[in-house]
Design a protein around this ligand. Structure first.
Ligand SMILES: NC(=O)C1=CN([C@@H]2O[C@H](COP(=O)(O)OP(=O)(O)OC[C@H]3O[C@@H](n4cnc5c(N)ncnc54)[C@H](O)[C@@H]3O)[C@@H](O)[C@H]2O)C=CC1
Ligand SMILES: O=C([O-])CC(=O)C(=O)O
Length: 320
């Protein structure tokens, strides 16, 4: 059986980490693409030289020509720029929208049947634009944010409760901005919802609220620590989980930015919701019930994404 082909558009901090993880997990052969000629080739060779030590088989190549991604089963897009301290993700919209146009055209020409995972920020607007530029079936393109935001929440919860991260589940939905929606009612330890854990005295409402707030600002916390860029280990791990679910038809239920056509009262936007990822891409959109408070938070987050999409249309008339 031929190996799967994974194309990584952008060979920066996340792209390099994705390439390493894809090899360690033997998901397939990896092509790194970047406009900075030499970087994708160098990272590819460096990781390939680690394979004998770690004992995995995967071919690595680097390129600055889109023809190299031809026939890719999965394309993961991190091309663009990250933010620095003092910036919001939304400040990246102008420069990264131009990048999405180039990447979308490359995918349209060379890998139109791939399952595409967009990571570039501001995420929900960039995945929307990438779908428009590439013309991909909306079921074959998703944005990575919810898995990362939920992982951050799970980490904070596991530390607070002193339990294994494996036994903590969390769902963070909505757009990937500071008004994202961590759903405490749908987050659990060993199946016990967080509000029940407050009642059981495991934590206090104040501490839970603080963890929710820290999750919302989780990206900025890392940006302020790193100073030169943004998080890359957890974002790469999150996208690899999504790619693995597609490549192995695992049908995992993961919070991702998916194209909505009326679900959650949203039409024509990409918003973070729980979806099933299998061999057909987005196989199901899971519509959970919201309380009035949750609905209000979700709508606020959707409105932020709407504003960004309108801004994209203003910048590039072809999207209007
Ligand atoms: N969705 C999410 O949850 C997260 C999103 N991000 C976003 O991911 C993006 C990438 O982050 P990093 O890898 O840390 O940045 P980075 O700066 O390390 O890498 C970006 C790479 O893109 C390349 N690039 C720029 N324009 C290109 C083009 N037109 N075609 C191909 N390659 C191009 C650059 O040469 C660079 O190597 C940023 O926009 C960042 O904000 C970062 C973390 C989490
Ligand atoms: O905060 C950023 O700029 C990068 C990002 O999206 C995250 O780490 O959540």
């Amino acid at each position: 059986m031929a190996r799967k082909k994974i194309a990584l558009i952008g060979a920066g901090q996340i792209g390099g980490t994705l390439a390493h993880l894809a090899g360690l997990k033997e998901l397939g052969d990896v092509v790194l693409f970047d406009i900075a000629d030499g970087v994708p080739q160098g990272k590819g060779l460096d990781i390939a030289e680690s394979a004998p030590v770690d004992g995995f088989d995967a071919k690595y190549s680097g390129a600055s020509d889109y023809s190299a991604i031809a026939g890719a089963d999965v394309v993961i897009v991190t091309a663009g720029v990250p933010r620095k301290p003092g910036m919001s993700r939304d400040d990246l919209i102008g420069i990264n929208l131009k990048v999405m146009e180039a990447v979308g055209n490359g995918i349209k020409t060379h890998a139109p049947n791939a399952f595409v995972i967009c990571i570039t920020n501001p995420l929900d607007a960039m995945v929307w634009a990438l779908q428009k530029f590439s013309g991909l079936d909306p079921k074959k393109i998703v944005g990575m944010a919810g898995v990362l935001d939920s992982a951050r929440f799970r980490h904070f919860l596991a530390e607070e409760f002193q339990v294994s991260v494996e036994d903590v589940t969390a769902f963070v939905l909505g757009g990937h901005g500071d008004d994202m929606v961590p759903l405490v009612r749908y987050s659990t330890v060993a199946g016990v919802p967080l509000p029940d854990l407050v009642k059981m005295g495991w934590t206090t409402q104040e501490k839970l609220d603080a963890m929710v707030e820290r999750t919302r600002k989780g990206g900025g916390e890392i940006v302020n620590l790193l100073k030169t860029g943004s998080a890359f280990y957890a974002p790469a791990a999150s996208a690899i989980a999504m790619a693995e679910s597609y490549l192995k038809d695992k049908k995992r239920v993961l919070p991702c930015a998916a194209h909505l056509t009326g679900q959650y009262g949203v039409d024509g936007l990409f918003i973070g919701v729980p979806i099933v990822i299998g061999e057909n891409g987005v196989e199901r959109i899971v519509e959970v019930e919201f309380s009035a408070d949750e609905k209000a938070m979700f709508e606020k987050s959707v409105n932020s994404v709407k504003g960004l999409v309108e801004a994209c249309k203003g910048i590039n008339g072809a999207l209007a």
